[in-house]
Design a protein around this ligand. Sequence first.
Ligand code: SAH
Ligand code: SF4
Length: 450
Amino acid sequence: MNVYDAQRMSDLLGAEGYAETSAVEDADLVILNTCHIRERAAEKIFSELGRLRALKAARAEAGRATRIVVAGCVAQAEGAEIYRRQSAVDVVVGPQSYHRLPELLRRAERESRVIDTDFPAEDKFDFLSPPSPGRIRQRGVSAFVTVQEGCDKFCTFCVVPYTRGAEMSRPLGAVLEEVATLAAAGVREVTLLGQNVNAYHGDAGGRPASLAQLCAEVARVPGIARVRYTTSHPNDMDDGLIEAHRREEKLMPFLHLPVQSGSDRILASMNRKHTSAAYLTLCEKIRAARPDIALSSDFIVGFPGETEDDFGETLALIEKIGFASAFSFKYSPRPGTPGADRTDQIEEDVKIARLARLQALLEGQRQAFNRDMVGRTLDVLIEKRGRHAGQIAGKTGYLQPVQIEADAGLIGAVVAVEIVATGSNSLFGRLAHPPAGRPPEFVQTPRGSV
Ligand code: SAH
Ligand code: SF4
């Protein structure tokens, strides 16, 4: 979502006459778009700001002004602290008010320390400028679109409900319009984003639309070949959405469905509101609807009170389900969340050891899943030139990167690729049916420099 927000800020400022630079030394304006989810992400901001302060001073000596903006969830949560620790910052803006950036930058010419961490009544999406076709092409054939923001679930480890605010969904029509703009410029794949994307209930002419309905309508936008969505909460995975995975061919057979822990005791104290067995049953139901679906998850180890037995239950759940990929983290106490106040925090060395065991198990599953692809023919969306001359790179329906010896003219096409080998992160393949001329799904508009 931060990638998407950064693009929207860039589009907004593009309309004000700013252009992106590739080197920070050339920038008159630097925006750090920040993440507050774990302490390490948040702390990185302060070291980065130290470097920018030096850059600002060096540019000032050469007679060039530099404005520094801190945006995103660290700005939201620690706005005052940012100013206290780093005087070089000009503007602090939260994730729900960045549509006001042009006005905030104008204010920064007159005042020092401009800060906007409101949760405004207006919908920021109504004030954002659409990207130009050239920018869309530059960003590639796969695009993000935020459809839902914020969260009302209050898991006891998580800052999102505090930093992103209450749950809201964008109207169905607004999302479809944005997807149509992207598709008209050559985008083939859309990932619908939300902190709890499957709680989507955007307005559709006075009635709420479900995520299943949204996916179906996005799939019908001319030019769109693939639809994905992330991130989902198990409790919002309703039958309609599971049915969409059976019915909707363009909905990719890959689902990121975070479970966090396999211990019912820990799940309850995390306020996840489901059991390990309920998650398992849900996964079985999803697999029954779409047998070729691959699952992925997030895990937290070392939540306060986690015993060796609790951790063992997480490993057991992973063994039972089998994940194609996963993200896993040591619990990071976040100020203001209930988990941070607990007195039964887990020692750092225990967290480190558990994370290593968990990741070894997950990595084994990921590699086995990838090895299983060898000899199969998969649809691959070609995204860009490959690592070496004469290679192109794309992704399978399971989000695996694939390197293929073929012509760059295929960028934007979905092609059948026979997988011949696996590397540590990528698969290697060859075109299953070398296309004669341009394949039919290639392309509504010229690809330009994509
Ligand atoms: N809405 C999604 C997750 C959003 S946050 C869900 O409910 O699953 C992304 C991931 O960051 C979470 O799934 C969790 O695994 C991790 N995370 C969030 N807060 C954390 C914390 N305090 N410490 C460690 N990991 C955390
Ligand atoms: Fe955070 Fe996800 Fe829980 Fe919401 S549902 S509080 S975003 S982990």
